[in-house]
Design a protein around this ligand. Sequence first.
Ligand SMILES: [Zn+2]
Length: 82
Amino acid sequence: MNLFETHAESATPSPICSAKGCRDAAVWVLAWNNPKLHTPERRKTWLACDAHREHLSSFLGVRGFLKDVVTLAEWESPAADR
Ligand SMILES: [Zn+2]
């Protein structure tokens, strides 16, 4: 069994945590905006595993960039009113 091939063939490759050096599957989506670079309605996203959600959200939070933290499933849900 070739794990790499299985992964490559997957229609939805599992997103990976954005934390430096982390290869864990992302569970959380951190939506953020840098008012100096982005228009107010613009949303950049970072992905985080359970272990890094707090680390990454506090990094954005202290800078006043963090807008939203939702689960990946919630973020991708078409039911969201966007
Ligand atoms: Zn992580």
